[in-house]
Design a binder for this molecule. Structure first.
Ligand SMILES: Nc1ncnc2c1ncn2[C@@H]1O[C@H](COP(=O)(O)OP(=O)(O)OP(=O)(O)O)[C@@H](O)[C@H]1O
Length: 698
């Protein structure tokens, strides 16, 4: 019985077809299983470099290209193109089985043949070559075959390699890219995540090779499975995981594990696949969590798309971390009476004045959060010796005693009035869970881990028993936009030896990512585990135009410039709901929505529920986390607003917190800019923010 494999590129082509043609494609291939090889009418391609490529008629003008093995019964759908393009595509290319991974790969032989002589001529005049220091043996070990080696040996710079991406076999190109980025062969091998085939590799066994190539080819059985794939052709992440993504999502870990990686590398995708895998694997309950309700909604939407089986779904609970804390609290104590943030400030102010303390109320509140709550300090003695890492202003013993008095009074006041804050609710929920032998969940999956506070981590740690595969953590410390640094080790989440970094960016173009990294300005970013997070070897799936930077004289001009930019995107065919606008403050978001509405551009604020289907979305930079848009405009990037003075602790009050606040503000702008898939527009009026100064100067 013939089997159908669907290549990632085929699905991409399919997504671009109009509805009628899509139906026709489904009709043709739905019958495939029932038909025999001959019956399905595959045509040989004249002058093909590889006679295993065949064409199949979709309609009068469109053809599919299929890899049809000489022996075996797996037929892989590679492309859907207009008739002539399909033939040209197939004539130029060759399929082969990679000698190191045993996976199927396709290369554009005609392009390699056409480029090689010119590159050789160019290289003969040069003294250095891109891969001079890499041995043939290492190249072979990584699966780089003779033809690609010959090509690699004449490369003199990375741009030539970048240009060859379109025609070299994908795995081999990725291996070369990793080596060119300075990675060792072993590092490249693990970044590729392609385990060696566990059986001898037969270069002619296309069926076995296709079966191994799970990151590119999905084998489907029957018309229903085919329809399921065709139903959501744009959501490639449901089906085709990068080998490293797949490994991380499906591995067995002896304890907590973590996935890191820059923006758009698929950490959320991996977290969602991991949750499904865990729920399928042992029937244990899984908590999928993160730090805001918006992000939890994104995770829920992803799970709804991925998990069809109702039994598996029922084992997965998606809740943001405070929702979970409140639920645990409510089960024992009922609804807590919460102290409002403004009342909290008032309480600290009153205590400060009464005790005549030389600290601001913000300093007192932060000391309570970052030292007393973060390190679970319960008495004066413990506070006198408590670690105050991250707090810049040193305190002598007398000041510590004064501070403890303030904290004690604040906490006593809460107790007397039977009032709670989110922090004290969490602490209580953590104690309740810690005393419970029967934990509510067997696994917890945490997304956007960089923004959880130590007490949130303790709560989650207490929610699952310490056991293999207990905690799975996804996050990127370059995108930390709320909390200060924490160490996972200090909160009982030991991921050492079980941490993997993703390096392929599926969202943003190389141009946008490179520009956005400049915002971070070489900041030394920790990795939640005491070391520094690396950005080495990141690469993007796509290229595009450079970010557009626009300076204006006045705010009115800037808002007008924004409407013009949106008009120009719309004229170029971008849909309104594919456009996102980010600003630092709520006030500016509202001004943007007002201005666009007046200019006749439907716009809505992301903070409002029930957004219209066809409108531009505007939100604060914080609100942009977890979202992505085809085009993004980041506006109001002025010296006064980015960063706003009230978000940064003055250096003379606390130097260390000052620097951390600045770093967090840089990260926030970085998050907003990296939401763009294709185009990024950044504007300001007057003096631009210092965060983009080098970028605007350059
Ligand atoms: N294997 C894949 N194939 C195709 N698309 C993918 C794949 N993995 C991720 N993506 C896409 O890349 C984009 C970014 O994925 P995701 O949101 O999971 O990344 P992230 O690392 O969590 O990003 P960020 O940290 O910036 O929030 C999404 O559009 C997702 O669908």
């Amino acid at each position: 019985m013939p089997r159908l494999g669907i290549d990632r590129d085929f699905l991409r082509d399919y997504a671009r077809l109009d509805r009628k043609l899509q139906d026709r494609v489904h009709e043709v291939f739905a019958k495939f299983e029932a038909a025999t090889h001959a019956g399905i009418h595959l045509e040989k391609i004249a002058n093909a470099k590889d006679d295993r490529f065949r064409s199949i008629r979709i309609d009068q003008f469109w053809r599919g290209v299929v890899l049809a093995p000489e022996s075996g019964d797996t037929f892989t759908l590679l492309k859907v193109l207009p008739h002539d393009d399909a033939y040209t595509w197939a004539q130029r290319r060759q399929a082969s089985v990679n000698a190191a991974t045993g996976r199927i790969e396709i290369r554009d032989v005609a392009a390699i043949d056409a480029t090689l002589p010119e590159l050789s001529r160019h290289a003969s005049g040069k003294t250095s070559r891109l891969f001079a220091r890499v041995s043939d043996k290492d190249l072979r070990r990584l699966g780089v075959d003779d033809q690609t080696q010959q090509f690699a040996r004449v490369l003199t710079d990375e741009l030539q390699l970048e240009a060859a991406r379109a025609f070299l076999p994908q795995h081999q190109w990725e291996a070369l890219y990793g080596l060119a980025a300075g990675m060792s062969p072993d590092e490249v091998w693990s970044a590729l995540g392609a385990p060696p085939a566990d059986e001898p590799i037969d270069p002619d066994d296309v069926d076995a090779a296709v079966e191994r190539t799970t990151e590119r080819v999905l084998l489907v059985q029957g018309s229903d499975e085919l329809l399921d794939v065709f139903r959501r052709p744009l959501d490639l992440w449901r089906i085709y995981l990068h080998p490293v993504q797949y490994q991380v999502a499906h591995a067995e870990y002896r304890g907590p594990a973590r996935v890191t990686g820059g923006p758009g590398t698929g950490k959320t995708v991996v977290a969602i696949h991991r949750a499904r895998h865990l729920a399928e694997r042992d029937g244990g309950k899984v908590l999928v969590t993160t730090f805001t309700s918006n992000l939890a909604a994104t995770l829920q939407a992803g799970l709804d798309l991925l998990v069809d089986d109702q039994h598996v779904r029922d084992r997965i609970t998606v809740q943001h971390v405070d929702q979970f804390a409140h639920q645990v609290f409510r089960q024992r104590h009922g609804h807590p009476r919460l102290l409002l943030p403004a009342d909290e400030v008032g309480r600290w102010r009153e205590i400060r004045q009464r005790l005549d303390l030389p600290f601001t109320e913000t300093f007192l509140a932060e000391e309570w959060r970052q030292v007393v709550l973060a390190h679970r300090v319960h008495d004066a003695q413990a506070y006198l010796t408590a670690k105050r890492s991250g707090r810049g202003r040193p305190l002598n013993a007398r000041q510590r005693a004064q501070l403890w008095q303030a904290v004690w009074e604040f906490q006593q006041d809460l107790r007397d009035r039977r009032m709670w804050t989110h922090e004290t609710v969490r602490a209580e929920a953590t104690d309740l869970l810690a005393g419970q032998a029967d934990k509510p969940f067997r696994h917890v999956v945490v997304d956007e881990a960089q923004d959880l506070s130590p007490d949130q981590w303790r709560l989650l740690r207490a929610a699952v028993p310490e056991a293999p595969n207990d905690m799975f953590v996804a996050g990127d410390t370059h995108q930390r936009i709320y909390h200060h640094r924490i160490s996972l080790r200090d909160v009982g989440v030991r991921v050492s030896g079980r941490s993997t970094r993703l390096t392929v960016n599926y969202r943003t173009t190389a141009e946008i990512l490179a520009w956005s990294f400049q915002i971070l300005h070489g900041e030394r970013i920790d990795n939640l585990d005491g070391d520094l997070e690396s950005v080495e070897g990141y690469r993007c799936e796509t290229h595009g135009s450079h970010p557009l930077l626009q300076s204006f004289q006045t705010r009115a001009d800037e808002l007008k410039g924004l409407s013009d930019q949106i008009q120009s995107w719309v004229s170029a065919g971008v849909q309104l709901n594919e456009i996102g606008i980010a600003a630092r403050s709520n006030g500016l978001v509202e001004a943007v929505v007002g201005e666009l509405s007046r200019s006749g551009i439907p716009a809505h604020s992301l903070s409002r529920s029930n957004p219209p289907a066809e409108a531009v979305a505007a939100g604060t930079m914080h609100r942009m986390k977890g979202l992505e848009f085809r085009c993004v405009a980041v506006v109001g990037v002025t010296a006064q607003q980015v960063p706003p003075a009230n978000a940064v602790t003055p250096a003379d009050e606390d130097q260390s917190t000052h620097l951390q606040d600045l770093q967090r503000e840089r990260c926030l702008l970085f998050v907003a800019c990296t939401r763009a898939r294709e185009q990024l527009y950044v504007s300001w009026h007057g003096v631009p923010s210092e965060f983009i100064k080098p970028a605007t100067d350059g």
